[in-house]
Design a protein around this ligand. Sequence first.
Ligand SMILES: Nc1ncnc2c1ncn2[C@@H]1O[C@H](COP(=O)(O)OP(=O)(O)OP(=O)(O)O)[C@@H](O)[C@H]1O
Length: 578
Amino acid sequence: MKNKKFQADRVRSYFRIEWKVLLVVTISGLIYNLGLLAGPWFEGQMTGCLVNILQGSDHFTDMLILVTSYVVAIAVVQISRYVKRFYVRRFANNVNRRMKEILYGSLVSKSRASLRKEGEGDVMTKAILDVDDCVEGMRKFTTEIFDTGVALAAYAGMLLWYDWRLALLCMIFPPVSYTIAEKMKRVVQKTGAAYKVQSGALSAATLDRGKNASTYRVFGREQERQEAYEKNLSDYEQSAVKANIWNAVMPPIYRIISMGGVLFILYFGQKNVLGNGWSSWDIAAFTTFLACFVKLSVKSSRAAKLFNAVHKAEVSWKRICPLMKQKDAQPGAAGAESCELEVSGLTFSYPDGKTVLRDISFTAKPGQITGITGAVACGKSTLGKVFLCEYPYEGKILLNGEELQEKQPSERNGSIGYLGHDPELFNDTIEHNILMGDSANAEQYLQEVCLDQEVAEMEQGMQTLVGNGGVRLSGGQAQRLALARTLCHRRPLLILDDPFSALDQKTEREIFDKLKQNYPDTAILLISHRLYLFPEMDQVIWMEDGQATVSDHETLMRQIPEYAKFFAEQNGGSEYEA
Ligand SMILES: Nc1ncnc2c1ncn2[C@@H]1O[C@H](COP(=O)(O)OP(=O)(O)OP(=O)(O)O)[C@@H](O)[C@H]1O
């Protein structure tokens, strides 16, 4: 990404930045494809030589020389083919990595509201699949350009040279095959898109069943959910079958159409050999011409396949392209700075008119941890979410003196890190879930959330796949993994909504101590129901009916009986009574 001209939302840029790899592909591809002509030519020569040996005009040594040259030529062709394939794969891997880096960066900076609009957590899984499809299309495009374009031109030249009239006659068939493939592209695209949608729906349904299994069991809704799931499954199967039929059935048909010219070659070719056709041929010329045409037809059917792959990739690209535009909002951009927070007169109502926060004011400095607590439904989570600016608020939230609502979304996302109740993990490895395309040491963040030991004990360590939404992890593990991701993409202001609810006290304390120690530039707002760490908070916000009392733990213990009671209940009552 050092290249200034690189534009993440332009496919051409990905080709341009890989020019060195593509140069090797071009050279080896040219050698391979032009070398392919040697096959039919040698086959023709060997057939002719055999006929001559039988007639006594050639010798065994002539055949030996031909066979040896044939083997050498084929060896060169195959080595070039190997080199070409190796570099095409490298090109695909590089592009895949680059696209995913940008995509992850963009997803990290996307607002929760827009993620939710696009279908919650599975937007990530779908986008990752789309990147894979795109890169596969680009890889095929790169390979087929040579395997098809160059080879087709070489074969066509050879056919024209042997008998231009017969060549033109036969070569009508491949373009017919192309045209049909082009006409079929809509169907391929449509069925492919429907398959993706169903695949996303099935992932969401699977996630829902896994997450809420016990709830459905307790309320006797298992049967109903099972039926809904079966329906999802059969819709998915149908769409998969449709998409695969169009993908798999069409190429052989294109191939048969392309091969139509063989009939002309058999008829007019034998005339050429008998001396009453358009050209005068021997057996070698007939064999070479036929072999050349067969190879040309096979290649042209690959071109048809190329259309399908490229169209499929186009659909995927259209979907992920908007995400690739948000390069400016990549994590780390604002992560190094610190910020002073000043909230004054903050009042907030949800769109349904319910006022949840009233006239809240407080400040927070870098390195300070502010504990926020209060009774159930008093507005703690709402206070955390207000900073995401999903809905407008009244009053002021100033970051280093600048009003949050007036910042550009990308700038805002670069200033605020948020971890909500849902860990929002996506179906990839532990490492990718933390780094999301950034290059950092994921191990360090696992240590900070006390998850390193558990991950080390997993069979595949950091490469363990977590499943959609993190279903393969325990609640506490998923929570800590999400926290590791939030810490890895550090922002000057960090809002953590009940990040320790599924952890034991010892782990909670350890993580808290590390947060205090390792984040001197970050202002942390920690929302929690559990208060035993609150005596160590730099300040505490006690919320009641949307209003906030801001002070330190000791003062609140003296002044707010509800807070003291709340704290005492969690600490065996001793301090409250004292
Ligand atoms: N999206 C929403 N639209 C409308 N009202 C909402 C929305 N989210 C929350 N509320 C309401 O706002 C009030 C405060 O909810 P909030 O989740 O902020 O409370 P909380 O203190 O975090 O609760 P808890 O202790 O249960 O986590 C509740 O009455 C809730 O019904």
